[in-house]
Design a protein around this ligand. Structure first.
Ligand code: GBH
Length: 517
């Protein structure tokens, strides 16, 4: 069992928020319906079939465009729902006349949530750049995106600001920049032509794996800062909401005790989290400046001031951890991708032993302690910002996954029925224990979102694996899958967990019964 202990979960503050999360392209489907324009992920799925398992696309997602009444059970599964808005559904060409039908969809969804006391947390951008802007000027490679992004954000604040009190400008700029422009594994699939990286060849028509990721990250940060300043100047006083950005990082354990290894650990955190969090709090990390050198764009003093403290909260996505060691780089060689710049090796194994239990070819190595360590690192280094864990979760493969036989040896065995996901419940319970430890060390954590509410389109893995608390049946009718939803065991557990927490909140002035999972 990966459950380190069965202590009661009883130390959450009364206003702590529990939710589940998703993103538009992954769940909505209906990619051509209701006036939606294409995004770079539609194009990527169409044109790079070799890069997405099974040649999958955003159809059917989880069918959420038509089945938006997802949470209207008699009692709620969660107190909050984090979802993203599809930019090209509300602005099919990225700018210009809004698509009323698209806006109507999000009004319906938000009203539905509010009528069940489920708080909407809205991600403005979760990787799905309108194809029109990609075609026109290269999307986030161009600084022109800043105006269009701010115009889009302004539309959302104006339409939904009365109802939405938590805004997230961007999801994981790290992944968007490095996978979209470093390896080319994600849309828009850029990398240095004929890149061979880590022994694997990537075919990309164009790109520059050592420069583009940094340009894109730079423009993302500028767009974020402008949108936050717009919200703060024109909306916050009347709407009384909060705005932040979601970042992702693993925790990195030093592989051994050498000084160089500890320095490598520091660089690993700086290049993953610090790349974005440092300019939001101080200024660009020194190690990045000295290692990426003239390939790292520079913020003007004005931009830098605008970036500083441009958030009410930080969203943090945490899934897994790895070991890190030093990899001194030979400067006579050009680096191949941005992954060479931090001069580190990242590996989930030490002496052949994985850092935590995992299913055979899954990237999620279960390491709950990493969450606490990351939270305390952020608390110390960044002056204890308010944090929401905006994603935390684990996957299971479909039964027909080709690694099936070996996979069953892992710690999250393929469930005997698709909804029998004990390992997921244990995953969340143990991460919540570590989160509570971080709370007791005074980390300012305000909420926790499970990834994900529903099984959905899992990017390059297509529909071969599932992160949902809710199982989606894709098989009933191949032409028109009816996408029947069934709560998994983990969903039942979460519901019980929450009602216990609520009881605890209610009686917290008295001495009260143990809250046990
Ligand atoms: C999150 O990213 C995303 O925000 C969310 O949309 C997604 O559904 C969720 O993860 C689950 O995957 O590691 O090279 O094999 C977390 C970062 C980036 C981790 C892509 C998995 C897969 C490629 N993810 N990565 S690799």
């Amino acid at each position: 069992s990966i459950l380190s202990n069965h202590k009661p979960h009883n130390s959450f503050p009364p206003d702590f928020v529990f939710g589940a999360a998703s993103s538009a392209f992954q769940v909505e489907g209906a990619t051509k319906d209701g006036g939606r324009g294409p995004s770079i992920w539609d194009t990527f799925c169409e044109q790079s079939k070799d890069k997405v398992a099974g040649g999958a696309t955003g159809e059917p997602g989880a069918g959420s465009y038509y089945r938006y009444k997802v949470l209207s059970n008699k009692s709620n599964l969660t107190e909050a729902y984090r979802f993203s808005i599809s930019w090209s559904r509300v602005l099919p060409k990225g700018r210009g006349t809004p698509n009323r039908q698209g806006l109507q969809y999000y009004h319906k969804l938000i009203d539905e949530l509010c009528s069940h006391d489920i708080e909407p947390f809205v991600t403005i951008f979760h990787w799905d750049v309108p194809q029109a802007l990609e075609d026109e000027y290269g999307g986030f490679l161009s600084r022109k995106i800043v105006d269009d992004y701010v115009n889009y954000a302004n539309l959302l604040f104006t339409e939904f600001g009365g109802k939405v009190k938590h805004w997230i400008t961007m999801n994981e700029p790290l992944m968007f920049a490095t996978l979209g422009y470093g390896t080319g594994m994600f849309a828009p699939g850029h990398c240095t032509p004929d890149l061979v990286y880590g022994g694997v060849g990537y075919s990309c028509p164009a790109g520059d794996s050592i420069r583009e990721p940094y340009k894109v990250a730079h423009n993302i940060l500028l767009a974020h800062a402008e949108a936050v300043s717009l919200y703060k100047n024109s909306f916050q006083a009347k709407d009384k909401g909060q705005i932040g950005i979601t970042l992702v990082s693993q925790w990195f354990e030093p592989y051994d005790n050498q000084i160089a290894t500890h320095e490598a650990q520091k660089r690993a955190l700086e290049f993953n989290l610090g790349w974005f969090l440092d300019p939001l709090k101080f200024e660009t990390t020194l190690s990045m400046r000295s290692l990426v050198r003239d390939r790292l764009p520079i913020f003007t003093e004005e931009e830098s001031n605008k970036l500083k403290d441009s958030f009410d909260f930080i969203g943090l996505n945490y899934y897994t951890s790895a070991y890190v060691k030093d990899r001194p780089y030979n400067y006579t060689d050009e680096p191949t991708t941005c992954y060479d710049d931090p001069q580190i090796d990242i590996t989930p194994l030490r002496g052949g032993v994985p850092i935590g239990p995992h299913e055979r070819d899954s990237w999620v190595y279960v390491y709950p302690k990493g969450l606490k360590k990351l939270l305390l690192y952020i608390k110390e280094k960044y002056n204890n910002p308010s944090i929401y864990i905006t994603e935390n979760g684990v996957l299971e493969y479909n039964k027909d996954h080709h690694f099936m036989p070996e996979a069953t040896q892992g710690a999250n065995p393929i469930p005997s029925t698709p909804i029998d996901d004990i390992f997921r419940m244990e995953y969340h319970s143990s991460h919540l224990h570590e989160l509570e430890d971080a709370l007791s060390s005074r980390a300012d954590v305000k909420g926790y979102f499970v990834w994900s509410l529903l099984d959905s389109f899992e990017w390059i893995f297509g529909y071969t694996c599932r992160f949902g608390l809710t199982y989606i049946d894709y098989t009933t009718n191949p032409d028109h899958p009816d996408l029947t939803r069934r709560p998994k065991q983990s969903a039942r557990w979460l519901k019980r967990f929450l009602s216990n927490i609520k009881k605890h909140k209610l009686y917290e002035t008295q001495e009260t019964a143990d809250i046990v999972m």
